[in-house]
Write a protein of this length. Structure first.
Ligand SMILES: Nc1ncnc2c1ncn2[C@@H]1O[C@H](COP(=O)(O)OP(=O)(O)OP(=O)(O)O)[C@@H](O)[C@H]1O
Length: 239
């Protein structure tokens, strides 16, 4: 079943057309990527899928429900992490996760918060204020917040952007395990091509607000006569 089906999305900001014509499907259990050069329209697309901004044209269906008409029900099964999302800085790490557990009305919130602290290895940080953490530490709190409601669709805007190579590797492993064990679908943006090759089943390439190529990393490399996804990226980005 398609968890997410977006058809012919478009969005303008004044004179700038950020997204011209984007269609994306993400199936149950699939880890999909949205790639493209800076300014290609990736974040704008994600924000439309999350209901944060309204498309000028096109439709978004989540779990078979049209987002525009079933917003609350559809979004209760979705979650999101990005380094630019502001979480309440003065709260302690465990309080932040607890706030979101209650916001999403998860069952047995205390136990769920403890599970998230364990999963993201936040034990030593749980009584620290969010505002005092390093950016990499905050990224792990963002991911705890994003997983707390066991979302059926997890949207991640550059999930490992602030992480050192070791922490990045652990988080990639963790997200792949979560996808495999829970069957949740994921949609990820990243500028780390090796990360995308490792984690993602299907890749949508955006350039100037349009999907210009889609397929697995191997299919795209074959199609573009490139050695790897980085080679595909360079060919697509340079037209
Ligand atoms: N709120 C806004 N107001 C005006 N222009 C915007 C706004 N948000 C995005 N844009 C413009 O829309 C285009 C697409 O931006 P978007 O952030 O979606 O790109 P992106 O692919 O996520 O880029 P990056 O890889 O740099 O994060 C850019 O030209 C950007 O300047």
């Amino acid at each position: 079943m398609a968890i997410l089906e977006a058809t012919r999305l478009a969005k303008r900001f004044g004179p700038v057309t950020a997204v011209h014509d984007v269609s994306i499907t993400v199936a149950e259990g699939e880890v999909a990527a949205l790639l493209g050069p800076n300014g290609a329209g990736k974040s704008t697309t994600l924000h439309m899928l999350l209901g944060l901004i309204t498309p000028d044209a096109g439709t978004i269906t989540l779990f078979g429900m049209e987002l525009a008409r079933h917003r609350v029900e559809a979004l209760s099964r979705v979650n999101f992490a990005a380094s630019y999302v502001d979480l309440p800085g003065p709260l302690l790490v465990q309080e932040v996760i607890d706030v979101f557990a209650r916001f999403y009305a998860v069952r047995r919130p205390k136990e769920r918060v403890a599970e998230m602290i364990e999963l993201l290895e936040l034990g030593p940080l749980r009584r620290r204020r969010l505002m005092d953490l390093s950016s990499g530490q905050r990224t792990r709190v963002q991911l705890a917040k994003a997983l707390v409601n066991a979302p059926r669709l997890l949207v991640l805007d550059e999930p490992t952007a602030n992480l050192d190579p070791d922490a990045g590797d652990r988080i990639r492993g963790l997200l792949s395990r979560v996808a495999r064990d829970s069957g949740a679908a994921m949609l990820i943006t990243s500028h780390n091509m090796r990360e995308v090759e490792r984690m993602c089943d299907r890749i949508h390439f955006l350039a100037e607000g349009r999907v210009v190529a889609a397929g697995s990393a191997a299919e795209l490399a074959g199609h573009y006569g490139a050695e790897d996804l980085e080679g595909v990226f360079l060919k697509v980005a340079r037209g």
